[in-house]
Design a protein around this ligand. Structure first.
Ligand SMILES: O=C(O)CCC(=O)C(=O)O
Ligand SMILES: [Fe+2]
Length: 334
């Protein structure tokens, strides 16, 4: 590969770009960007629990550098192989803090999550990453879009950076489900299941205070920690919280900071849940759509002053251990 295949700020730093290039070469993968600020397609690997340590490290590195990575042609995958592959990147969570599944390892997603969010931010130990595998693909539509919350932070003017670095948000799983429910109403495969889904999602209420700017534990970069589980900003009136949330979310979801993936069978996506939000697009009519997800345990966010997130309600220890990763080489902040 060429050094131009890495992320822009690595592109401008030849030493960092060489570190990335060496890691990818040792892992036998090639990395091609899928958008300026976010996304890359990885070739040269058949995903399984048997990938070499070098390949696992190269994938981990590409994920940190590009926020969401895509693999094509992985038709050999089953739930078991997907889970074994995930195990190469750390501890895995159970399915979800509240949603159940048959094996408590793989979450079967049927309705697209048509609202911008970072997964499971209502608990303290926000997952590090998730792995999605397309199992049933609709004939049209049903793409997923990811946004870089690091690009969103980087592009803020200095006064807004100062504001958000001192701001905390309360995240809760008892959020506004209107959009998700209305998307489900239009699909006969899901209509009627919507309220059950919400009831199960909220059967235990979790609330956690997170800093709005968190430091990425592997790259040292700052990102905006927001998404649809935010209930309010601490110290602000409800109307002020709503207005500020919209202002900041608009920065996150600016189209230039996103990348969209139109699924084909055999596709796998992995996203870094510490530097992204995502949105599943409900534009596939009444066709079935099924995605299988496994998730990796993450750490507790830390802000620019070294302060950690605080639990208000709910114990997530049955869902996930706390997995504290090491810093990666080649990133400017490290
Ligand atoms: O439906 C999608 O494309 C996104 C699903 C989602 O939000 C998730 O897997 O966490
Ligand atoms: Fe999600």
């Amino acid at each position: 590969m060429t050094i131009l295949d890495v992320r822009p700020d690595l592109d401008t730093n030849i030493a960092a770009a060489e570190i990335a290039a060496d890691i990818y070469a040792a892992g036998g993968i090639t990395v091609h960007k899928h958008g300026q600020h976010i996304g890359a397609v990885i070739d040269g690997v058949a995903l399984s629990g048997d990938i070499s340590d070098e390949t696992a490290y190269a994938i981990q590195y590409a994920l940190a550098a590009h926020r969401v990575i895509f693999f094509r042609g992985q038709h050999h995958l089953t739930d078991e192989i997907q889970y074994a592959f995930g195990g190469r990147f750390g501890s895995q969570t159970t399915t979800h803090p509240t949603l159940r599944s048959d094996d408590n390892k793989t979450l079967v997603l049927e309705g697209a999550a048509s609202s911008w969010h970072t997964d499971v931010t209502f608990i303290d130990r926000i997952p590090k990453a998730s792995i999605l595998r397309a199992v049933t693909v609709p004939p049209y539509g049903g793409a997923t879009t990811w946004a870089s919350t690091i690009a969103a932070y980087d592009q803020l003017p200095a006064p807004l950076k100062a504001l958000v670095e001192n701001l905390w948000a309360v995240h809760s799983n008892a959020y506004d489900y209107t959009e998700v429910l209305s998307a489900r109403q239009g699909n006969p495969n899901l209509a009627g299941k919507g309220q059950n889904y919400v009831n199960e999602f909220t059967r235990t209420v979790f609330e956690t205070e997170h800093p709005v700017v968190r430091i990425h534990p592997e790259t040292g970069e700052k990102s905006l920690l927001l998404g649809h589980f935010v209930k309010e900003f601490i110290g602000l009136k409800p109307a002020e919280s709503a207005a500020l949330f919209q202002l900041l979310q608009n920065r996150v979801t600016k189209l230039e900071n996103t990348t969209r993936w139109a699924w084909q069978l055999g596709d796998v996506a992995i996203w870094d849940n510490r530097s992204t939000q995502h949105y599943g697009i409900s534009d596939y009519g009444d066709s079935p759509r099924k995605i299988h997800r496994t998730t990796l345990a993450g750490d507790v966010p830390v802000n620019v002053n070294g302060e950690s997130s605080r639990i208000r309600t709910g114990d997530a220890s049955h869902f996930s251990v706390i997995d504290q990763p090491a810093r990666l080489p080649g990133f400017a902040a490290n």
